[in-house]
Design a protein around this ligand. Structure first.
Ligand code: ATP
Ligand code: MG
Length: 295
């Protein structure tokens, strides 16, 4: 049974990230140095506030992260101490058996949830610095999400669905239309822009979801089993899109149960019982994705 998939967890609204407020106050506070305890030291005087180039190389920097869910009297330790750094431009597949903590980790990486303990720096910024609405703004600007179940708004056209993150970002209507159409064309759906989700195949719905994820031009694309519901042909189409995204410099992190999907990535990380158990470099971070990712 797919245990985790059935639980009620924090999810973004279908459109990804409702926020219009610009990221101002805390964005200038990036790069607070970690102390020996791994925590940032916000008030420390005389410390540099900008993230150094070394740190910025890692778009994701997770240290000793735990997540424990509290279900009444029962504590469920989903993550038990994850340390994971992901370089800009990498393409990482996260694997592991059902219940191993993959979605829990992805929710934290995507700022949909916060760790119970441990530190997470996204693009050099300690996510604990943010208020909830600021986190929503960070999500909207930096991250594109793709979910196994697409999460499209049912009675809206593909175009409207893809426009939504741009509306939250405050873009005008004409700009939104033009950019959303370009994103749909990029995933091969230019001729389906006026279709509602129910008028699209599963693979097409997922491509629309990918278009929505990339329309804001995010540096990081996170996908939780994006091909889990798709047949081979649709899976290949989605993987081609991810391969192109990665080749154009985006960092891609995807969860998958399928070895051939993971085989397209440049690095494969396996979780087991809330811990990283294997971490394999398949192809260099720079350069094209592994194997057939570009085809
Ligand atoms: N909201 C929640 N409340 C309580 N426990 C949860 C919650 N979400 C997940 N869990 C538990 O945390 C553990 C990790 O769940 P998670 O969804 O991260 O697994 P997963 O690796 O994504 O699994 P799957 O491959 O089935 O999607 C599981 O034991 C699950 O039952
Ligand atoms: Mg999951």
């Amino acid at each position: 049974m797919r245990i985790g998939a059935r639980r009620a967890r924090p999810r973004p609204s279908p459109e990804g990230a409702p926020a219009t407020r610009p990221l101002v106050r805390r964005a200038v506070e990036v790069g607070r140095p970690h102390g020996p305890d791994g925590r940032s030291h916000a008030g420390a005087p005389g410390r540099p506030r900008s993230a150094g180039p070394g740190r910025r190389r890692f778009v994701i920097d997770v240290r000793e992260v735990t997540k424990t869910y509290q279900l009444g009297q029962i504590r469920v330790p989903a993550l038990r101490g994850i340390t994971l750094r992901i370089e800009r431009g990498d393409y990482v597949a996260i694997m592991g058996s059902s219940g191993s903590g993959k979605s829990t980790l992805m929710n934290i990486l995507g700022c949909l949830d916060l760790p119970t303990t441990g530190a997470y720096r996204l693009d050099g910024i300690d996510v604990r610095q943010f208020e909830p609405d600021e986190l929503a703004d960070v999500r909207n600007r930096k991250i594109g999400f793709v979910f196994q179940t697409y999460n499209l708004v049912p009675r809206a056209t593909a175009l409207s669905n893809v426009e939504l993150p741009l509306a939250y970002a405050g873009l005008g209507r004409a700009d939104r239309r033009a950019r959303a159409l370009r994103a749909l064309q990029a995933v091969g759906l230019g001729d389906r822009a006026r279709h509602q989700p129910s008028e699209l195949s599963g693979g097409q719905q997922q491509r629309a979801a990918v278009a929505r994820a990339i329309v804001t031009n995010p540096a990081l694309v996170l996908a939780d089993e994006p091909t889990g519901n798709l047949d081979n042909a649709s899976t290949a189409e989605i993987l081609r899109v991810f391969g192109r995204l990665n080749a154009s410099g985006r960092t891609v992190v995807l969860i998958t149960h399928e070895a051939d999907v993971a085989g397209r990535a440049k690095r494969i990380v396996t979780l087991s019982d809330g811990l990283v158990t294997t971490d394999e470099r398949v192809a260099p971070v720079t350069g094209p994705p592994s194997r057939e990712g570009l085809r």
